[in-house]
Design a binder for this molecule. Sequence first.
Ligand code: BES
Ligand code: MN
Ligand code: ZN
Length: 493
Amino acid sequence: MKIRLLPAAAALPSADLVVCFVNEGMAVAPPRALAEAVRLANATGDVKAEFRKVALFHTRDKRWARLLLIGLGKTGELSVERVRRAAALAQAQAEASGVRAFVLLADTLPQSIAADALGRAVAEGLVLGAYKYAAPSQKPRRPRQAQIASVAFTGKTRADFARGFEIGRVGAEAACFARDLDNGPANVVTPTRLAHEAKKLAGKGVRVRVLEKRDLQRLEMGAFLGVAQGSAQPPKLIVLDFAPPGAKHTVCVVGKGLTFDTGGISIKPAAKMEDMRYDMCGGGAVLGLFHAIRNGALLRARRKVRVIGVVPATENMPGGKAQRPGDVVTAYDGTTIEVLNTDAEGRLVLADSIAWAKKTYSPHAIVDLATLTGAVVVALGHEVTAIMGNDDDLVRALIAAGKASDELLWQLPLLEVHKNLNKSKFADIANLPNAAGGAGSIAAGAFLGHFAQGTAWAHLDIAGTAWGGEAKDYYTGGATGTGVRTLLQWLLA
Ligand code: BES
Ligand code: MN
Ligand code: ZN
């Protein structure tokens, strides 16, 4: 999908399809050439402003053969999310009609929403909506001709719209990049492959290096290595670094990169185990963020911030070399960990990554994203990510960024008493909470918090939101790419 914003003074280009939006109680204001079609359509009573109602008309004007009206619903119910969905619906309708080039009249969108948010939502809807995972197939892939959407916006706030549109495009393309990595089967998207994809992001101010197994051994990352030792695939610690000149602040963004999680010796049940390909979606979000950075997303940021991405990538496999329940490993920071359950591996690889990021970069903030616990799906389902941390300002800022991106975050408490959940008889800390204590997601958060001590830190448990949510025009199944747009918004705020 190619999208572009038409120059301010440009005449409307001819196109096979022109899209207008209608909301209840507001007159449709199409360009003069299309007014006749709208008048005729209105007369049939087919034009309904109900949210997601579409009406397609054919015009006599050869320059604009089709006119598509998309309903946004009641004025009081308007939202950025509805605009994003409506734009995605326009893309889907164009595709269903076999239309390659279409024009979207963004001036017909409600001006009650700020222009930069409108621009961003339109771009996101178009790009995310057009996303399709190209599964490996015997069928020769028909080379689809890329769709081209030209967006017209002529209002006074055009500069704001343009800025939002550009950020929206770069962020959505980054989320699609993450979705592709996330959706790939685990025999294809291995730790080595993730590292390879990360290296391709180097350039334009982004530096990438990959720590190999021998480096992890030298650094004594016993927790990460313990998880990786059961796999034939070598582990990789992927490190990305964007350091714009003049940056005074550093933030580290850490993403769980389990390219497959069988559970290890504490093996998972067979049902739906294939979904554990998605156990690298936290890492996918971090790589997605750097895809956006690579494409200039932060060049006009108000605050110059150095951004470090850290993705511990490995598989969690059973086998003769795998770690056993009851093993005690020593983490990078010297903490001894009793591995009571080898399936609680995410917190182990993150423990070393967080401690290493803290020591190496002395960052102002650490944010981690991880498909960490099944318990979070029970607590919050598939539409809301759990957030917890040790710094209220950081948590608040991330919640605000999530809200602005329609990737909702909900805070869970992390209290002093929760530290007791991870008590161990045989080491400093255990990776499995006492089942009677409940609060599985909080226990995992408290475990990570031990390694983040002394640094502002927030943890996003995306086990529910990384895949499996409700279809919503710009998401139709598989991985959602969640986190990419939120992180970008947070860094731009
Ligand atoms: N990757 C899983 C978490 C997960 C489970 C994500 C289901 C999405 C759907 C994680 O590594 C895991 O296995 N967690 C265990 C922890 C338990 C052993 C304390 C879990 O949630 O069951
Ligand atoms: Mn697991
Ligand atoms: Zn896992």
